[in-house]
Design a protein around this ligand. Sequence first.
Ligand code: SF4
Ligand code: FES
Length: 290
Amino acid sequence: MKNVIFRLRRWDPDTKSYIQSEYEIPVRRGMTILDGLIWIKEYKDRTVSYRASCRMGLCGSCGMVVNGRPMLACETQILHLEKDVITLEPLYNYEPIRDLVSDFHAFFEKQRMIKPYIIREDIEEQINPTREYIQSKEEWNLYIQFAMCITCGLCYSACPTTSTDPRYLGPQALMNLYRFLIDSRDYADKIRLEIADQVDGVWGCHLATGCSEVCPKGDDPALAIQLLRREILRKSLKLYRGKRITDLAPPLPPKNKSIYRAFGEAPKFTIEKAEEKAREFDILEDERLR
Ligand code: SF4
Ligand code: FES
């Protein structure tokens, strides 16, 4: 057990300024920053505000700046930081709401702008799907690295362009745009490339790569932005070939006749039959245990 100081830079919405609070907390091995904050709320100060949900690096809601670096509070172990004093701040480049809680409206608005969903021409099939879209392992491999995002927003907090240009689409939105551009199920190449090909789109990136460094899922938005630039350049040079659009899987036969031939007709299951089977099973189990 070791005592560590948590120094919180808290946003006060009433005075519209930051205040600083310090708490000394007892730290056990394995305790995370989020555990420390929960302890403070439980035993020291009920007014401390932070955002968290899953506590396992999945929901993306506990992002904050830990000793100057954007991190997930639930994935960061206190003792791994090897510091006696740990400074916690709300994420940079977001409007603060209260204490360590940031406003994600602008982040999700940018997400909405890039149309983060599959767009197809067979609208009827998309609305009332009858079959699956075939996708090969190779096609899946193209985008899966960019599809692990948990929308934690750490990449925006580490991005120097986002800090100076609030209109910049930003690393996560551009990466997600690329993820759908190269998805073989998506038809909307033209719209997606137009959205990306803007001063506030891919051309706003200065390739600082802070986004990829802090991403807790290894998504690499900086790489996605460069690949997106390549596609835009190809298109302007008329070298863009597009991609093969995924077909619908063939329909399943109404009955798998070969199975019925091998095992006879499928049994008609009733409650009585289920109970009978359960009784048979009980008898067999009793005999086995005797
Ligand atoms: S790209 Fe990474 S850092 Fe950015 S929002 Fe997604 S998971 Fe978080
Ligand atoms: S609480 Fe869900 S990612 Fe940290």
